[in-house]
Design a protein around this ligand. Structure first.
Ligand code: C2O
Ligand code: CU
Ligand code: CU
Length: 464
């Protein structure tokens, strides 16, 4: 049986997703929260293949050579379901080692292993099951320490969606969703430009602001409604998004749905972050999704300024033939609010940087594969304080274990939501509630400005 893959731009591409009919008994799903009926969905066995290779790609009217998955930029959309048993083969046809990280998925650290190396010409199988409750918007990219920034900038990243009961049995089913991969790039001589010392310090930003590999594409809204799955797959660029004359209605964060739609004037997406938003157009017409100025600061070395945006830039245009009349969902999921006990382990992570040699630190230490920085107990709910005394924002990311934001800058966070990346503003701090559930093993936390990660702003967590 073959499933077609729909690209984010609507065209379908060479199928890379093969599903085998589920043989086990149907998976009983919980009753939907609104509309629909209790249903049974067959678990599937899904075989996927990603081939990392340099390929010719047309970008912004230029012929370029990019590092791609299956010849596509961004990589193909992997559309999966809760309960799926996935066998994903990564084939490395690059000239250097790589590996794959399934950013945000709650799967064993031994599978989503950032320490694995796949040499050129070799392949490796990632095999895992998507847990119930994991419906959401994710992505994948290489995670070889020291090589993440150059491989990601060269093109290696793609979106991954997990569908679940809310997508199937509520009115969300009637709203078309589009994946919006925000990924900047700059080319020099038809290949991705190389990193300067300034780029290593500040994170590399490209001058081409691309959406699904295109410059300012147009998306059509059917019946005046659209669901956007926004993925910031850029090395270092922040996007501060707003839709002309409209609000955005946030229905999901990094790792799942929120309790009810949240109306937003603008939405800041740091590198690695995702957001699931509904758009309901008031009138027929064309409306631009703008990238508003946002100053994330910088380590400021040499000339230039990161995010040198002074005017809003149009990322894409939404075109609607009719006004949206369908009501937005009232309630979505019931999101557990995780609370740490009074005796919960309490940890502090202080981010740091040295201009000399562009080195980055957490608690004064650069990443060392041979050193475990945090030893934790499986099942514990921990409190993590992440402090950023530097002059620029850093997006803090933890693998495998989604967390909740308890406070930002000392102020309690109102929204109960699952996250795996949180922006820690310059001279600011965040407090996280981190449940280390279900899996033991060794994994990492790091700054998702991947230049900083490659240059040491990463630590190791061992859950035992
Ligand atoms: Cu998206 Cu450790 O990464
Ligand atoms: Cu990750
Ligand atoms: Cu950083």
């Amino acid at each position: 049986m073959t499933d077609r893959l729909e690209r984010s731009d609507g065209t379908s591409r060479r199928a890379v997703l093969r599903t085998l009919a589920g043989s086990a008994a149907g998976l009983l799903l919980p009753a939907p929260l609104f509309g629909g009926q209790r249903s049974v969905v067959e678990p599937r066995s899904v075989d996927l293949e990603l081939i990392a290779a340099w390929q010719p790609v047309a970008v912004a009217g230029q012929a370029a050579q990019l590092a791609t998955y299956n010849g596509q930029f961004p990589g193909p959309l992997l559309r999966l379901r809760e309960g799926d048993h996935v066998r994903l083969r990564l084939i490395n046809r690059l000239r250097e080692s790589t590996n794959l990280h399934l950013h945000g998925l709650h799967i064993p650290p031994s599978v989503d292993d950032p320490f694995l190396m796949v040499p050129p010409g070799e392949s490796v199988m990632y095999e895992f099951t998507l847990p119930p409750g994991s419906a959401g918007t994710y992505w994948y990219h290489p995670h070889m320490h020291g090589k993440v920034a150059t491989q990601l900038f060269a093109g290696l990243a793609g979106p991954l969606i997990v569908d679940g009961p809310l997508d199937w049995f509520t009115r969300l089913r009637r709203i078309a969703d589009r994946v919006v991969v925000l990924k900047d790039l700059s080319l020099s001589g038809g290949v991705p430009s190389t990193h300067s010392m300034f780029d290593w310090m500040n994170g590399k930003e490209g001058d081409l602001l691309l959406v699904n590999g295109l410059v300012a594409p147009t998306l059509r809204a059917r019946r005046g409604m659209l669901r956007l799955r926004l993925v910031n797959a850029s090395n270092a660029r922040y996007y501060n998004l707003a839709l002309e004359q409209h609000h955005l209605h946030l229905i999901g964060t990094d790792a799942g749905f929120v309790g009810a739609p949240v109306e937003l004037d603008s939405l800041l997406l740091a590198p690695g972050e995702r957001a699931d938003v509904l758009v309901r157009l008031r009138d027929p017409g064309s409306f631009r999704l703008l990238n508003l100025p946002y100053n994330r600061g910088g380590m400021m070395m040499g000339h230039g300024r990161p995010t040198a945006l002074s005017l809003p830039q149009a990322m894409l245009t939404i075109e609607a033939d009719e006004a949206g009349t369908m009501a937005l969902p009232g309630r979505l999921a019931s999101v557990e609010s995780v609370v740490a006990g009074v005796d919960a382990p309490h940890r502090r992570f202080v981010l740091g940087a040295a201009m000399m040699g562009a080195r980055f630190y957490i608690n004064g230490r650069s990443f060392d594969e041979g050193r475990v920085d945090v030893q934790a107990r499986r099942g514990a709910v921990e409190v993590w304080d992440v402090e950023n005394p530097t002059a620029m924002d850093h997006p803090f990311h933890l693998h495998v274990y989604p967390f909740q934001i308890a406070a930002r800058g000392g102020r309690p966070e109102a929204l109960v939501a699952w996250k795996d990346v949180v922006n820690v503003p310059a001279r600011g701090s965040v407090r996280l509630t981190v449940p280390l559930r279900n899996f033991s093993g060794r994994t990492v936390y790091h700054c998702h400005i991947v230049e900083h990660e490659d240059r040491g702003m990463m630590g190791q967590l061992a859950v035992v």
